[in-house]
Design a protein around this ligand. Structure first.
Ligand code: GCB
Length: 486
């Protein structure tokens, strides 16, 4: 659809894409603006001086071909919807404008600190930052590179799942005024504990794919977001794992408003080309775009850098570098990865993946009762770890077709799946260093790998809820468990 544009002196304009999966080439009025690779994070191109007053056309050539050296790679257990999957915006700002800001509570919890970055020619211009509710208002003088840092004493009411307090923050530069709603909290680990605002917390979570309830396809509306997050709240969650790629900004913001802590990850999934430098560069770019987008979201407590990546030297080098990059971009959050490699020691599972040394929190995916063992054997599975770090069970679970009932030993029935949960929850209670969990998964989701006739019908059936909103038995078991869990 063509659009008109009001061209004004002293303004710059950008075309901003929330997400295009997977490769995008963007043209404005027949001229190539640029290209982008990576399906779940935002990017923009400047169009100042290129827009006409009438009949502008933006054309996006999208290629969703799977690539061996891409992130993700050829193989994934989700339907990788292609195309322009999120909104596109034309943004206009003054020549001199605020291009970035980071605002957070300091690690010791005593100050609010951060920086505002301005872009454009400075002639003594000042930036004003205010948090009206805290009666705080400061004036900043950007340095010649446009950056102004600040730190001031403050005692805000802290953001937490019980009290997801957000403060209105305003930043002003000339006539430009930006308003955000920001929460303040600290997150750290101490031994086996995860400390939110200095207190040990157990992350009661669930994994979520960005799959729309009822209609399937990608989540596009606020209503769909609220349905998914509403179910997570109903389950008793204080935490969610947004699998296996960055979800929309709206999803993150709504979760924050509802008091759900977040694990957000990039699709370094299974066997990507760990030996390929270009693949590394792609992963790093997605990591950076994810962090840049959500660094002001208090709800995000964990950056996930990988999921179920088989052991190799190349993989270790790749992921170690990625973790270092994440820390250099954002030293305030915890780094994690979902691991599925461990040894057996005296009948116990021993977490000894070398990546355990690199991450702050160890995620473990383990499908006892589904991919190995009888459900009833799971309560006897014991876990040990080489690392004195918190562990999160980042995936456990089993599948069922909603409405299919039968004996406990009949796969795909709600009873079987419920039994998987029953014994896995007993196993979980025996792991002294476990500080959180996100069973797999909130809702059934489409996958090109799941063809079992009459059961899967191209859906992964490990959802606690079907894609038509029917809750399975295991939903209520986990709900009961979370109700009694501190
Ligand atoms: C896993 C993967 C997840 C799959 C799930 C399954 O371990 O991390 O993406 O969908 O198992 O259902 O097999």
């Amino acid at each position: 659809k063509s659009f008109d544009f009001d061209i004004r002196e002293g303004q710059r304009s950008f075309v901003y894409f929330e997400a295009v999966n997977y490769e995008a080439k963007v043209y404005l009025n027949g001229e190539l603006l640029g290209a982008h690779e990576g399906g779940f994070t935002p990017f923009q191109f400047e169009v100042t001086g290129k827009l006409k007053t009438k009949d502008n056309f933006i054309v996006v050539k999208v290629d969703n071909k799977r690539k061996k050296d891409g992130i993700p790679t050829l193989n994934s257990d989700w339907w990788n919807y292609g195309g322009i999957t999120r909104s596109v915006h034309v943004i206009t700002v003054p020549d001199l404008h605020i291009s970035d800001y980071t605002i957070a509570l300091s690690k010791d919890g005593k100050n609010i600190e951060g920086q505002v970055v301005v872009d454009g020619k400075l002639t003594g211009d000042k930036v004003f930052l205010s948090i009206p509710e805290l009666k705080k208002s400061i004036e900043l003088q950007p340095e010649s590179n446009g950056v102004s840092r600040f730190s001031f004493k403050a005692k805000p009411e802290l953001w937490s799942p019980e009290q997801p307090k957000l403060y209105k923050v305003q930043i002003q530069l000339g006539t430009e005024k930006i308003t955000d709603h920001i929460g303040f909290r600290t997150i750290e680990t101490e031994g086996y504990d995860i400390l939110l605002n200095g207190k040990s917390v157990f992350l009661k979570g669930i994994c979520i794919h960005e799959e729309a309830p009822y209609k399937t396809g990608r989540v596009t509306s606020e209503e769909e977001i609220l349905t998914l997050l509403g179910w997570a709240k109903e389950l008793g969650c204080n935490y969610i794992r947004l699998a296996h790629y960055p979800h929309s900004e709206k999803m993150v913001k709504e979760a924050e408003r509802l008091g759900l802590m977040i694990w957000s990850e990039i699709p370094v999934y299974w066997t990507v080309s760990f030996g390929n430098e270009l693949t590394y560069a792609l992963a790093e770019q997605q990591l950076e775009e994810m962090i840049m987008r959500d660094k002001n979201r208090a709800a995000v407590v964990l950056w996930g850098i990988a999921n179920e990546t088989p052991l190799s030297e190349n993989r270790f080098t790749f992921l170690k570098k990625l973790a270092e990059k994440a820390r250099s971009l954002d030293s305030s959050r915890l780094i994690t990865a979902a691991l599925d490699t461990q040894s057996e020691k005296n009948g116990s599972k021993l977490i000894d993946d070398p990546l355990g040394d690199v991450v702050d929190v160890i995620g473990i995916n383990s499908y006892c009762g589904w991919y190995y063992g009888e459900p009833s054997s799971c309560s006897d599975v014991k876990w040990e770890s080489l690392y004195e770090k918190p562990m999160i069970m980042s995936e456990i679970g089993g599948g069922a077709l909603a409405g299919l009932h039968g004996e406990l030993n009949e796969r795909w029935t709600e009873e079987y799946m419920d039994d998987v949960y029953k014994y896995n929850l007993e196993m979980i209670d025996n792991i002294s260093f476990l500080r959180g969990m996100t069973p797999w998964i909130l809702m059934d989701f489409r996958s090109a790998r799941r063809h079992l006739k009459n059961i899967q019908k191209d859906f992964n059936r490990k959802g606690l809820i079907s894609e038509q909103g029917e809750k399975k038995k295991a939903f209520y078991r986990l709900q009961e468990y979370y109700k009694n869990k501190n």
